[in-house]
Design a protein around this ligand. Structure first.
Ligand SMILES: [Zn+2]
Ligand SMILES: [Zn+2]
Length: 180
């Protein structure tokens, strides 16, 4: 498995400590190759051409602006598409784990489906678990292995009606008939 940033930093620290003498010798050798007057010369050149370099850098940035922006946009679009595909799949997986259809009206169109807190304590749950609605909530369900005790799939219509009226009209039965 890939190392985490922290593990890598710890490894590098340990490696440097182990190879201290070697690193010191290497550094000394390098400094021998760059005589101090050459370094001084370089520094003087940079100071002398400060204004020139400023103008050049500015022009360079202006010249490449479009190219950089196009590159940034392409990268942004790519990541956006990736994220979108990831969360679509996540939603598909989550809904599939909850039967893939509305528990009330049996609607199966993914775009119409949502996950309902059966006890109606969604707001509290979001606050306590800090998982928000939508994608973070789906991730939370996946991480908790799709708990079934308090969650079910409902379409937005049935979900809304249940919480707004206490019961979905689909469940209203009058004299053996589903009421209007
Ligand atoms: Zn429904
Ligand atoms: Zn319903």
């Amino acid at each position: 498995m890939a190392k985490t940033k922290r593990e890598r930093a710890a490894y590098n620290r340990e490696w440097r400590a182990r190879n201290k003498a070697h690193l010191k010798a290497y550094e000394a050798e390098r400094n021998k190759q760059i005589p101090s007057e050459r370094r001084e010369q370089k520094r003087r050149w940079y100071l002398k051409h400060r204004e020139e370099r400023r103008v050049y850098n500015k022009a360079y940035h202006a010249r490449t602006r479009e190219q950089r922006h196009a590159y940034d946009k392409a990268r942004y679009d790519e990541r956006h598409a990736y994220r979108l595909a990831y969360f679509r799949k996540l939603k598909r997986d989550v809904l599939a784990a909850y039967g893939g259809k509305c528990a009330c009206c049996k609607e199966t169109t993914l775009e119409f489906l949502s996950i309902d807190h059966i006890n109606g304590d969604g707001a509290t749950h979001r606050k306590v678990e800090k998982c928000g609605g939508g994608s973070p909530f789906y991730l939370w369900l996946k991480r908790h292995k799709y708990p079934k005790d308090n969650f079910q799939a409902l379409c937005f219509n049935c979900n809304f009606a249940k919480h707004r009226y206490g019961q979905c009209p689909h469940q209203r039965v009058i004299g053996g008939e589903v009421g209007g």
